[in-house]
Design a protein around this ligand. Structure first.
Ligand SMILES: Cc1cc2nc3c(=O)[nH]c(=O)nc-3n(C[C@H](O)[C@H](O)[C@H](O)COP(=O)(O)OP(=O)(O)OC[C@H]3O[C@@H](n4cnc5c(N)ncnc54)[C@H](O)[C@@H]3O)c2cc1C
Length: 378
């Protein structure tokens, strides 16, 4: 084992790990990133062309935190000199008076974020692509858009490296030993010492921290892509991000035609649970049929899906994140359980992990994300 002691070792180079490495390295610390696969791989949760970024949430603490998350993404754009997000605006739809849209509007009010209630006429004037029943609420929020997901991860890693971080790919961490003076990270070949250890291992967090019995469930998620005949109508300038709470309580979302895949439509959550290494990566025909049926009714111009992709969620029971120190070792920091809605927060989580690693505290309210919160009690 090398006797070198890193200021921080980040385990996992997905969305959260890459952002954490960037923020910690930028503050002048000596950072090592260990990733079991290659950067940009497709086995975790952060790959793909797009992820929605939005203020609207039914829990106000997320909406409030998003203000800094947006700022940090903009900072990343200017530091890297790259465009990393596109703001298209969004519509959130659901049956009149549904609880979700109501809670969303209250969160936006509380955080003083502007939005508008539209009627069907407003919608068909702006976005005739949608066929929405007359008894629906339509909430328009202009700041919503999408992040260029894989590009964001690569950019955080590049800038971390520019600030001195070392990224070791194809290096799987087998064990963290914190009974020693300085935590020791064991990989197949080498062991490493780090004053702080940041666990951003996504779907593999439970196996890495098995003694903690974290309430994390890994589920298979799928997204469908569409290449409509009238492409123009579905380009980012002409078509918004949308979300819908259906009458059956499903949360469906979509993003405009972007990149090589086309326009995206998917159902949030409700995936089958799997250990991450055993998840079958083939899209399911019945899922694709389900989304195609929805699209035929709501956005008929999209036509039929051309293909689908598989990705993993790591879910907590209340769908709130885990951002906390390890209960038995304050030098180990954990960011996990992003429950299918974490990507937009990577920029902020990176900053928070930087605060916790370098100052042992953060000014952001992370109390909703504690490991010991009530909703985790069975
Ligand atoms: C289909 C889909 C759609 C989504 N849409 C949105 C959206 O629109 N908006 C949004 O905000 N969020 C969205 N999300 C959620 C978001 O993408 C995730 O919350 C986020 O990417 C999680 O990042 P992560 O870093 O925790 O996990 P990951 O990106 O999976 O990173 C974990 C990394 O750790 C590595 N690792 C694990 N164990 C080890 C080990 N032992 N040793 C070394 N390396 C290890 C893994 O290989 C991996 O690279 C979506 C997710 C999916 C799957």
């Amino acid at each position: 084992m090398s006797s070198h002691i890193y200021d921080a070792i980040v385990i996992g180079a997905g969305g959260m790990g890459s952002a954490s490495a960037y923020h910690i390295a930028k503050s002048g610390a000596d950072v090592l990133v260990l990733e079991q696969f290659q950067r940009g791989h497709t086995f975790g949760s952060s790959h793909g062309e797009t992820r929605i970024i939005r203020f609207f949430y039914d829990k106000p603490f997320y909406t409030k935190l998003m203000k800094t998350a947006y700022e940090e993404w903009r900072n990343l754009e200017s530091e890297s000199n790259k465009e990393l997000l596109f703001i298209s605006g969004s519509i959130s739809i659901g049956k009149k008076g549904n609880q979700y849209t109501k809670a969303v509007s209250e969160s936006l009010d509380e955080a003083r974020v502007n939005y508008e209630w539209w009627n069907l006429k407003d919608l068909s004037k702006r976005f005739p692509q949608f066929q929405v029943p007359h008894d629906y609420d339509i909430l328009w929020q202009k700041d919503t858009g999408f992040l260029y997901a894989s590009e964001c991860v690569l950019t955080h890693l590049q800038l971390a490296e520019r600030n001195g971080a070392i990224v070791r790919e194809n290096t799987s961490v087998k064990r963290i030993d914190w009974q020693t003076d300085v935590p020791t990270i064991h990989t197949e070949k080498d062991n490493f010492l780090g004053r702080k250890v940041i666990v951003t291992a996504g779907a593999w967090t439970s196996s890495l921290l098995s003694t903690l019995n974290l309430p994390l469930t890994v589920t298979k998620q799928q997204v469908c892509y569409y290449k409509p005949t009238n492409t123009e109508m579905f380009l980012p300038n002409n078509y918004p991000v949308f979300t819908e709470i259906t009458d059956d309580g499903e949360f469906i979302y979509g993003i405009s035609y972007f990149g090589k895949n086309g326009a995206k439509v998917a159902r949030h959550g409700m995936g089958q649970a799997y250990p991450p290494d055993e998840c079958n990566r083939q899209p399911d025909a019945d899922y694709i049929e389900h989304i195609d049926t929805y699209v035929k009714e709501r956005i008929p111009g999209l036509g039929k899906s051309t293909h689908a992709e598989v990705c993993l969620y790591t879910e907590t029971p209340d769908e709130d994140f885990i951002i906390d120190t390890h209960p038995e070792c304050e030098d180990i920091l954990i960011a996990a359980g992003f429950s299918g809605h974490g990507f937009k927060f990577c920029s902020l989580v990176g900053r928070i992990m930087g605060d916790l690693a370098m100052r042992s505290k953060t000014d952001f309210d992370i109390s909703p994300f504690s490991i010991s919160r009530k909703t985790h009690e069975v």
